[in-house]
Design a protein. Structure first.
Length: 260
């Protein structure tokens, strides 16, 4: 049965004209490839990398971005675990008359604090630490939110990671305050307004995708061949890039600055 399925899949790939070197890749794998390509070619200068929880929850992706010397500000889930103090894990000492391999990996000690969820830290932030920041002008007026941030230690694959920022965003509506959480490896000298701008750039990406589908036909195709699909997507993205370049040249309404 499995052999028949493989032969059928291979036949479909051949009829669709899909190259042999094209294989399935996850969103994280594709993101790493695009990021590496942009970094190596050096044609697009950038310092920040942002994304939603699907990317923020990928520990290896956050690590990869940091190793490239870039700053990330990824949205993470409310139950993401962090440490508010140095967990101070240590490699256990070698016990006398103990058989087996020598311990190499650090473990929590008696004085190590427990990790806590991001959502549990919201109530500990004083009111005066929340800052109202205007990100940009939206279709329904300025997009304003309240932001606060704390220095934490990340938890990566169950172990302590580097010191980072945990940024929290909440809406201005007191009746229904939607709360979002972000992790960022930006230096301590970076202002919260800049970090808020970077973390919320994914909203602009979603707007651009909506624009691409509505204005340049990104999703308007009925194709059975890989080459035709590739040409359509490439031309649609090229048209979108042109429109965005013109929009930038003409100038956009921006809302800059923040108030406490």
């Amino acid at each position: 049965m499995s052999q028949w399925f493989e032969e059928t899949a291979a036949g479909r790939r051949k009829r669709a004209g899909i190259p042999q070197d094209v294989r399935f890749k996850t969103k994280i794998e594709l993101a790493m490839e695009m990021l590496d390509r942009a970094h190596e070619r050096g044609l697009m200068l950038f310092q920040w990398v942002s994304g939603d929880c699907a990317y923020g929850d990928a520990h290896e992706f956050r690590k990869h971005v940091a190793e490239l010397g870039k700053w990330y500000c990824f949205e993470v889930y409310y139950d993401t675990h962090v440490w508010t103090d140095d967990p101070a894990w240590k490699v256990p000492p070698v016990m006398e008359n103990r058989r087996g391999r020598k311990p190499k990996h650090p473990k929590p000690t008696e004085g190590s604090p427990p990790a806590v969820t991001a959502s549990s830290l919201v109530s500990s932030i004083p009111d005066h630490q929340w800052q109202r920041i205007c990100l940009r002008e939206g279709d329904k007026g300025p997009r304003e939110f309240e932001f606060a941030r704390l220095r934490v230690f990340e938890k990566r694959n169950g172990e302590p990671g580097p010191a980072s920022w945990l940024m929290i965003r909440r809406s201005l509506q007191t009746g229904d305050r939607e709360i979002k959480f972000y992790l960022s490896n930006a230096p301590e000298t970076v202002s919260i307004s800049e970090m808020a701008w970077a973390g919320c750039q994914r909203w602009s990406i979603e707007v651009d995708f909506k624009l691409a589908k509505g204005e340049v036909g990104l999703d308007h195709y009925e194709l059975t061949k890989y080459r035709g699909w590739y040409h359509h997507i490439t031309l649609s993205m090229l048209a979108l890039a042109f429109l965005k370049a013109v929009q930038r040249q003409w100038g956009e309404k921006m809302c800059v600055g923040y108030s406490s």
